[in-house]
Design a protein around this ligand. Structure first.
Ligand code: ADP
Length: 171
């Protein structure tokens, strides 16, 4: 059985991530979404546990999707699976250089790691967790970017955020 491993920070999960999960779930027998705890991005908005909980709730209707977390190298994590394929999303040419580098490094570290890219859907090419985190600071409505439970969780992180007047007026 081929297992798709979809690793990432997911801080927080967005509609872009969910689109990749849905599409991977339609292709692969099993999809494991893994929240990676990496040195460079340790101090996220959400803890790894919170991200896992959000992802579990968001994917509870997919029978073949599981959520996991891992601290360490992806090249090591994939060893837990028999036929792993790493799935990543590509939004733009700006993603490509980093993704190409990571896929090549992972292949060098573990020759069994194959990486497959799913091109972001048109409506989500602009969307990233960092944009969502930034908007969260200002209390902006985010229903186009993240599911309601994620929006609510962001609001709890920024209880004192006040939306700019012109945004309140246009809502
Ligand atoms: P990382 O820190 O590993 O890049 P992210 O959570 O930012 O973690 O992204 C995880 C994966 O999801 C990456 O492959 C990224 O390119 C992809 N991704 C992020 N946002 C989108 C989106 N809007 N559409 C498609 N893929 C996306």
């Amino acid at each position: 059985m081929t297992t798709a491993i979809y690793p990432g920070s997911f801080d927080p999960p967005t509609f872009g991530h969910l689109d990749i999960i849905k599409r991977a779930a339609a292709i692969f027998d099993r999809v494991v979404v893994c929240v990676m705890k990496n040195g460079g991005k340790e101090n996220g908005l959400f803890s790894v546990k919170e991200r896992v909980c959000l992802l579990e709730e968001l994917t509870c209707n997919y029978q073949n999707v599981e959520i996991d977390e891992y601290e360490g190298l992806l090249a090591e994590y994939v060893k837990f699976f028999q036929k792993p394929v790493v799935v990543r999303g590509l939004r733009a040419i700006t993603d490509f250089e980093y993704e190409f580098q990571m896929a090549t490094v992972n292949k060098k570290l573990n020759s069994n790691v194959e990486t497959m890219f799913l091109v972001a859907s048109n409506e989500y090419t602009f969307l990233s967790s960092s944009v969502v985190r930034e908007l969260g600071k200002y209390g902006t409505r985010m229903s186009c970017f993240v599911p309601q439970i994620v929006e609510d969780a962001i609001r709890e992180k920024f209880p004192n955020s006040i939306p700019p007047l012109h945004l309140v007026a246009s809502e």
